[in-house]
Design a protein around this ligand. Structure first.
Ligand SMILES: NC(=O)c1ccc[n+]([C@@H]2O[C@H](COP(=O)([O-])OP(=O)(O)OC[C@H]3O[C@@H](n4cnc5c(N)ncnc54)[C@H](O)[C@@H]3O)[C@@H](O)[C@H]2O)c1
Length: 252
């Protein structure tokens, strides 16, 4: 007889905090995780969009401006308390500002690094303290970018901030492995979200698609599939890696 039993949910009961989960890649990861049985708490500065997406998924939502370290700490603590602990942290919030290096100001540099990199330190500190106190293993997934390995025209401070994410994530893997905590970064290629939408032309889409042996740009669901693997027990022996999800645009 054919086995028609429901396949086991891969994240059943997992408590997961996702920054930048109101939309885009973080939003798709939140939806995929909920579909696999996780309890999710979304942190984002987009209050209306974030609350609506969370409500549609049955997830929690906390408004936050990650530019502010105290607000980042407050909101992450509230998310962890709301879930009664945390098993997985996904840092997806990020910004991309196109500025040639000669025009880049210290303010731009600091804001990009504060949101893209330093905020990850704060959310990791809050979540890892909770994971260690509970004595359970945990998983950290940080969104870097292929820009960490290969810059892009006019991307300003963004590539450096994402290279720093890769290095910070390796350090997290080194320091917290002893507690059974893994940390990996994801390096997406060109993914079709609001990020970069303002400057996206058909010409650009064609040019970037040609960099991929698969001949297309990525969808948020392409990244969510790999993020599901990283949150699941299938990736238990994987840590300190910077995994490309670029359709082969970058292969190192
Ligand atoms: N889209 C791409 O092509 C691409 C490629 C590589 C890496 N990434 C990375 O993936 C992550 C998600 O990007 P996306 O494409 O979904 O972009 P997006 O703009 O659709 O989503 C980013 C989310 O981060 C939130 N956010 C930004 N600043 C914030 C702040 N100060 N406080 C709280 N929340 C804030 C936004 O409100 C938004 O919901 C980012 O870290 C980005 O750098 C994206």
């Amino acid at each position: 007889m054919t086995d028609v039993s429901t396949p086991e949910l891969r994240l059943a009961g997992k408590r997961i905090v996702i920054t930048g989960g109101a939309r885009g890649i973080g939003g798709a990861i939140a939806a995929r995780y909920v579909a696999e049985g996780a309890r999710v708490s979304i942190l984002d500065r987009l209050a209306a969009e974030g609350a609506a997406h969370a409500a549609s998924l049955g997830a929690d939502f906390h408004e936050v401006d990650l530019l502010d370290p105290l607000d980042a700490e407050r909101a992450t603590k509230a998310a962890v308390e709301g879930l009664g602990g945390v098993d997985v942290l996904v840092n997806s919030a990020g910004i991309l500002r196109f500025t040639p290096l000669l025009d880049l100001t210290v303010k731009d540099w600091n804001e990009t690094f504060s949101i893209n990199t330093r905020a990850m330190l704060t959310t990791m500190q809050v979540c890892v303290r909770s994971m260690i106190a509970e004595g359970t293993s945990g998983k950290i997934i940080n969104l870097a970018s292929m820009a960490a390995k290969k810059g892009g025209a006019g991307e300003g401070a963004y590539p450096a901030s994402k290279a720093a994410v890769v290095a910070l994530t390796r350090q997290a893997a080194l320091e917290w492995g002893v507690h059974g905590i893994t940390a990996n970064s994801l390096c997406p290629g060109y993914i079709l979200t609001e990020m970069g939408a303002a400057t996206r032309t058909q010409e650009k889409i064609d040019a970037w698609s040609a960099y991929s042996p698969l001949g297309r740009l990525g969808e948020p669901s392409d990244v969510a599939s790999v993020a599901l693997f990283l949150a699941s027990s299938d990736s238990d022996y994987l840590t300190g890696q910077a995994i490309n999800v670029t359709g082969g645009m970058v292969m190192h």
